[in-house]
Design a protein around this ligand. Structure first.
Ligand code: DHB
Length: 300
């Protein structure tokens, strides 16, 4: 497949590793080189480290995974000191995912990443379902999305991706607000707010009660949302939610995504990732279409 250029960056293939499923870039090196991906997204980072929510924080569901991690992360300083040296050895794009409770902290994080050459783009995580402040509280409001994207865009020298929440009535409207204020791309979907109850203990399984659902269980919802967002905005779409195969990836492209994100499948079958990427390329060639002509083709 020829390279894809989006928001000023070159991608060797459309696949990206979804934030939160690829650590800080180094956790799958026993299986394959992260450069196999067109880009990797790091776990959302905050100014200060976070320990996340109390356990139990993960439970398997039919065709999915429910988690309530709570944005545990090592914080910006340690990311720079401990993780950047490895990231410097990679040749693929690296996307920093940012999390903060307040707009001014998002701006501070953005400014810090302006100075780090190895980070090719920043992604605003305004759609985590597992925290009380920030997260979905930003991403579920048109006004808050718009004002945050505006502030951050003013501060950013790098392409700005906004990760959208599916836990809204009209994701197209939120995408429009982000794009209108200068988002260079939107990424969707983040996890869907959900719950599992332990019928023996008669309580929610997760200590946080609710979590974010991901995996193949959410694939058709994610494809529908990418389709809607493609009709709402003209910025590039990073589509994902339950990609486990060439077919599931291709559905997102036909719905309108030019880039793709793989999440939970990194956990399930890491060694399948390079195979999916290669077979996807072969499948595109077999269609006889140029890749760019397949993007959004289901809208015809
Ligand atoms: C977490 C963050 C997310 O954005 C998400 O979709 C799921 C979980 C978290 O760290 O809790």
């Amino acid at each position: 497949m020829s390279d894809i250029t989006e928001f000023g960056l070159n991608f060797s293939n459309p696949f990206t590793a979804a934030s939160g499923t690829f650590g800080y870039g180094g956790c799958y090196t026993d299986f394959y080189n992260p450069d196999e991906y067109g880009a990797i997204s790091l776990k959302s980072v905050s100014l200060k480290k976070r320990i996340g929510n109390p356990p139990q924080r993960i439970v398997e569901t039919p065709s999915g995974l429910l988690n309530s991690i709570g944005l545990e992360n090592i914080g910006l300083d340690r990311l720079i000191k401990e993780k950047l040296p490895f990231l410097e050895t990679l040749n693929t794009n690296v996307i920093a995912s940012l999390y903060a409770e307040k707009a001014e902290d998002f701006v501070e994080l953005t400014e810090k990443f302006n100075d780090i050459k190895r980070i090719n783009a920043v992604e605003l995580n305004i759609s985590c379902p597992n925290v009380k402040a920030g997260g979905m509280a930003f991403g579920n409001s048109l006004e808050m999305t718009a004002s945050l994207v505006k502030e951050v865009k003013k501060a950013s020298f790098k392409p700005l991706i906004v990760k959208l929440s599916p836990n809204v009535t009209d994701i197209g409207e939120i995408a429009k607000a982000a794009a209108a204020e200068g988002a260079d791309a939107v990424s969707l979907i983040n996890t869907i707010s959900a719950m599992v109850i332990d019928t023996n203990r008669m309580t929610p399984v997760l200590a946080n009660k609710f979590g974010g659902l991901s995996g193949p269980a959410i694939l058709p919802i994610a494809v529908r949302m990418v389709y809607q967002v493609y009709e709402a905005v003209s910025v590039p779409i990073i589509g994902g939610g339950g990609i486990t195969s060439v077919d599931s990836a291709l559905q997102f492209v036909m719905a309108g995504a030019s880039l793709l994100s793989i999440g939970i499948y990194n956990f399930v079958s890491p060694s399948s990732i390079p195979i999916i990427i290669k077979e996807f390329d072969e499948k595109i060639k077999k269609t006889g279409y140029a890749y760019k002509d397949i993007i959004g083709i289901a809208h015809r």
